[in-house]
Design a protein around this ligand. Structure first.
Ligand code: PBG
Length: 338
């Protein structure tokens, strides 16, 4: 039908907005807690769980509280997790991450196939300088290949410990191929690789860096601009995602989510792999802070942003609010929030 004619037929668009029941019937995207992934932080040497500024309901966990939290999450219908480990001692190279390995093992021993466990693979919580890789002698850049071999060894260790999925977030070149190779060599070719393929150099990672103790501290290299994607370079995100798909990534990602909805919409239409949208810590915290100031309705705002991510093509959403999703959706169905 020609556009003009469509417009004529659709001149009374308000009929389809007139009741909650019609609105429900005409929705083009659906939200469910089954599409959500809950990030978890576990911190070596921590005595008691600590809350994270801005991230309501999220804690830096001890090994004990981590298991309790996962159990509570399972009861709320959350079965997919992204685990971040924060080691007690930081180093410069030859990372092994036995602490995170044992947390993965503990979760999988206790809960097994009742959940899907992805593990973030990066060095920023492990390095003395807070960068995502091995720093050059002069401290002015992150060395690509040395970092890639550290990451692939760690990814192999995490798969061996039982992780269902490894998720490299470092942004080095060639890490997906190297990780796939390492997984195959060690007999874990069935583990998924979720690549943070379109990860931008964003200012929205603030609360996360507190939780993961991972802010860059090196004076000669103060930010991540030489390895994360420039916000004004969507083509870089496209190339990196195509490359990672070719190198064997099973799932691709756009991160942050809301400020990069255009990237998510374009890339998910072009590359037919499942796409994850990571609603990062600063995005989540922004809603929390606005709600606390009484300026927006918290629950509706979360549901609205998640809806936007699904609309733009995300099949899964990584959000700090995953563990509240079922309740929010229930409240919304009962109260007609959306
Ligand atoms: C580590 C990493 C970061 C996030 C996930 N993995 C932060 C960064 O690149 O500094 C951010 C997640 C968030 O803000 O919620 N490379």
């Amino acid at each position: 039908m020609a556009d003009n004619e469509l417009v004529k037929n659709a001149s009374s668009l308000r009929r389809l907005r007139s009741s909650r029941w019609v609105r429900e019937l005409t929705r083009e995207v659906q939200l469910s807690e089954s599409q959500m992934i809950q990030p978890l932080f576990v911190v070596e040497g921590l005595r008691a769980p600590e809350s994270v500024p801005g991230l309501t309901g999220v804690h830096r966990e001890t090994p004990e509280s981590l298991l309790r939290q996962v159990e509570a999450d399972l009861e709320r219908g959350v079965r997919k997790f992204l685990l971040f480990g924060v080691p007690a001692e930081k180093g410069e190279r030859d990372f092994r991450a036995p602490f995170l390995g044992s947390q993965i093992r503990a979760i999988k021993t206790r809960f097994g196939a009742d959940l899907f466990l992805a593990t973030d693979v990066c060095l920023c919580s492990s390095t003395v300088h807070g960068h995502c890789g091995v720093l050059s002698e002069s401290g002015d850049h992150v060395v690509n290949d040395a970092t890639v071999s550290e990451l692939s060894r760690l990814a192999g260790d995490f798969a061996e410990a039982g992780a269902d999925c490894v998720a490299p977030s470092d942004m080095m070149d060639g890490r997906v191929a190297a990780i796939r190779g390492e997984l195959a060599r060690r007999g874990f070719g069935g583990a998924l690789v979720m690549s943070y393929s379109a990860k931008f150099n964003s200012s929205f990672y603030g609360p996360f860096r507190v939780a993961a103790d991972s802010a860059p501290k090196e004076t000669r290299l103060q930010d991540r601009a030489t390895y994360q994607i420039d916000p004004a370079r969507p083509s870089d995100a496209h190339l990196a995602s195509l490359r990672d798909a070719r190198e064997g990534a099973d799932i691709l990602m756009v991160k942050p989510a809301m400020p990069y909805l255009d990237v998510l919409a374009a890339l998910s239409a072009r590359i037919e792999l499942p796409w994850a949208a990571y609603q990062v810590s600063g995005e989540y915290a922004a809603i929390e802070v606005l709600a606390r100031e009484g300026l927006i309705a918290r629950e509706r705002a979360h549901l609205e942003t998640w809806t936007a991510l699904r609309r733009a093509g995300a099949s899964m959403i990584i959000t700090y609010g995953a563990r509240e999703a079922r309740q929010l959706l229930r409240n919304s169905a009962e109260g007609g929030l959306l």
